[in-house]
Design a protein around this ligand. Structure first.
Ligand code: GLU
Length: 466
């Protein structure tokens, strides 16, 4: 039996969940979920100055909104610092690491001299091979005894075979003089202890993989499968930055994009499955593989995001869409829907969800079913309620009393009314829209009538005719 896949998302809690982090989490989630594996979450909060509980909360909220559920408890890297120190000491005992007593000043002086001499500034500690009997009683850091010759080869599922010359890598510090671990050590120990089999992350960590591999080798632990994915760039092809706008996952939630559409869009940012553009998360789980990840940075494309989200709104079933819409309303601080409104939404969702790309757009279309009588027309639609139109509307109401309440029944009533008054259907739609919704941009008059029902339709038409 092959080993169970275990992936993880390991954000540093120094800010909101940004879009690149959301995509990294998604790729890990898809890879694990599609293989019956586990998807773990680790908060890399060892940097006590920059890590905040608010940022952790924001990351959890962002992931939850995106629907990326993780297995087990959230792991705090900081909580595991004793274990990290333990491994550093094990490496020391194995001779794979050494105590370095060089002070910060000495290292700086070395670098300064090297810069002046034009030689490598890579610090080579004099303590690497020193006899322990010569060790002073002074603070020390623990450094890896990195190989000096040959190459470290990273086999990466996305980047291919990447070679690093060992003479370019220094004896990195794994434990600081205050006993706290460095990031390089903590990541490896945590991934090993958490049983992570596949490390999928941004390619800004590719160089780290080479150095982290040394820790795996020193501990004789199996190196995980690496997959370093190209970063996301802005629409202009430049590295993503604040000036591109909307970098936080939660900003997309606030703008009212559906989470399923966001997952679809993020999945396509750097990954593809043939020509498939619109797919469900179940399909993505089934299809997701490293082979589909491109080597070039993906570009953000807001038009495409809208298009994908429009498809997802249209394809989500009505009850689920209503639930997500209500969550959106709650988040914006809007009043809860009443029972009656909820019912109307379920009746009307079929026409609301066509062509709405976001929840605000959907709500805008739904204005006619949220509104209460008397409907107050806006300035533009009030113009279509002149006395002639009001006369026509009062002729309409008796005709509606016995009509069958479906499109086939209503159509002859409205076209008959238009021809009796010698006007085109277009001229009739304006006053009806004004009466039913108080505005000129609405779903079709039939859809509105069908959704609000006969009594409410007649009452609104009578209000407008009066
Ligand atoms: N904490 C790192 C970051 O937020 C990720 C480390 C990793 O995935 O190995 O960039």
């Amino acid at each position: 039996m092959s080993q169970q896949v275990v992936t993880r998302f390991a954000p540093s809690p120094t800010g909101y969940l940004h879009i690149g982090g959301g995509r990294t989490a998604l790729f890990n989630w898809l890879y694990a979920r599609g293989r019956g594996g586990k998807f773990l979450l680790r908060i890399e909060d060892t940097d006590r100055e920059r890590s905040t509980p608010e940022a952790t909360e924001a990351i959890l909220r962002g992931l939850t909104w995106l629907g990326l559920d993780w297995d087990g408890d959230v792991v705090s890297q900081f909580d595991r610092k004793d274990r990290h120190a333990e491994v550093a000491h094990q490496m020391l005992a194995k001779g794979a690491a050494f105590k370095c007593f060089s002070t910060q000043d000495e290292i700086e002086a070395f670098r300064e001299a090297a810069r002046e001499a034009g030689t490598s500034t890579l610090f080579r500690s004099p303590w690497r091979d020193a006899d322990p009997s010569t060790h002073p009683d002074a603070p020390f850091v623990i450094r890896m005894k990195a190989p000096r010759e040959g190459e470290t080869v990273v086999q990466d599922e996305v980047q291919g075979t990447v070679r690093f010359r060992n003479d370019q890598l220094d004896d990195m510090v794994v434990l600081r003089s205050d006993g706290t671990p460095t990031y390089m050590l903590a990541v490896v120990v945590d991934d090993y202890d958490m049983g992570v089999t596949h490390v999928i992350r941004g390619d800004d960590h590719l160089n780290n993989a080479a150095r982290q591999q040394m820790v795996y080798d020193a501990m004789e632990w199996t190196v995980p499968v690496w997959a370093h994915i190209p970063l996301i760039h802005g629409p202009d092809g430049a590295k993503l930055s604040k000036r591109h706008g909307a970098l936080g996952v939660e900003e997309y939630q606030a703008m009212g994009y559906p989470a399923s559409g966001m997952r679809n869009y993020l999945a396509r940012l750097g990954w593809s499955h043939g020509d498939d553009e619109i797919f469900t998360s179940d399909q993505a789980k089934e299809w997701f593989d490293f082979g589909g990840i491109g080597k070039a940075p993906a570009r953000l494309d807001f038009k495409k995001l809208e298009n994908v989200c429009g498809h997802h709104i249209a394809m989500t079933d009505d009850a689920a869409l209503l639930q997500e819409l209500e969550a959106f309303l709650a988040r914006t601080g809007a009043a809860e829907l009443t029972g009656k409104q909820r019912e109307l939404f379920l009746q009307g969702m079929y026409c609301l969800k066509e062509r709405a790309k976001t929840f605000p757009e959907l709500l805008d279309k739904a204005q006619f079913l949220m509104a209460d009588r008397p409907i107050v027309p806006d300035a533009a639609s009030a113009k279509s309620l002149d006395s002639a139109s009001r006369g026509i509307l009062s002729d309409l109401t008796p005709r509606l009393r016995d009509a069958s309440w479906n499109k086939e029944g209503l159509e002859p009533v409205l076209t008959g009314l238009a021809s009796d008054h010698g006007i085109g259907f277009g001229k009739l739609a304006g006053p009806i829209r004004a009466a039913l919704a108080g505005r000129s941009a609405t779903p079709s008059v039939y859809d509105m009538m069908l959704v609000i029902g006969r009594d409410e339709t007649i009452a609104r038409l009578e209000d407008a005719a009066a």
